[in-house]
Design a protein around this ligand. Structure first.
Ligand SMILES: [Zn+2]
Length: 216
């Protein structure tokens, strides 16, 4: 370990991403207790259906310590979680979606929200997952308007209406004829992913599959 890394470990001892217990330096970001007890999803339980995308896979259920960790990542500046989350997502993609996409992209934040938050968590997640897959994540979408936070809406049709028309394709030539893998942090109703997929298909994309770290 380098000197700087040792100093950083003393100043900021590494903690498990999920339960926040201290872990030894050099250990994986997830402690052995969490590895054995996190709500991992398999088979059809890991899938979310959507109108415009073929499937959405999630390695984890969004509950308990998973929900808390995702919230720290999304809202509380815990951007360092991207490596751990990206690796979990990459495993899930490798297992379930290999050979089903040509380009990796993500569900973007609006410009306004990006300014207040300072980072786009789905972008960080997509970059980290792509890196684990020896790939890159490419920007394909922008979010024009700031819809109400989807979390504040409980009704599926309300969620669908709320995101309608808010996305646009940045480079239609890049999307045309491609099978696209879209990445997001959490999937709940699938309405946001579906609207992204609809926008991409309208621009000529061949198909869309999705992966979200946690399923709500
Ligand atoms: Zn833990």
């Amino acid at each position: 370990m380098g000197f700087l890394a040792s100093v950083m470990d003393i100043l900021f001892p590494p903690r498990c991403v999920f339960c926040r217990r201290f872990i030894r330096s050099g250990e994986p970001d997830i402690c052995s207790d969490c590895r054995g007890s996190l709500p991992f999803l398999e088979g059809s339980a890991a899938e979310t259906a959507g109108e415009y995308f073929e499937t959405c896979l999630s390695p984890l259920r969004c509950e308990g310590s998973v929900r808390a960790a995702v919230q720290r990542f999304t809202f509380k500046n815990a951007v360092g979680y991207a490596d751990c989350f990206g690796a979990l997502l990459a495993d899930c993609i490798r297992e379930n979606l290999s050979g089903r996409y040509d380009i990796i992209s993500w569900v973007p934040l609006s410009e306004t929200r990006l300014k207040t938050r300072g980072y786009d968590q789905a972008f960080l997640l997509a970059q980290a997952a792509a890196l684990s897959l020896d790939d890159i994540a490419v920007e394909l979408l922008v979010r024009h308007t700031d819809a109400k936070a989807q979390a504040s809406l409980t009704d599926h049709s309300e969620r669908q209406e709320n995101v309608k028309g808010v996305f646009a394709v940045t480079d239609p030539e890049l999307a045309a004829g491609k099978r696209i893998l879209l990445i997001d942090d959490v999937v709940t109703s699938g309405a946001t992913l579906s609207e992204c997929a609809r926008t991409l298909l309208e621009a000529g994309a061949l198909s869309v599959v999705c992966a979200a770290l946690a399923k709500g």
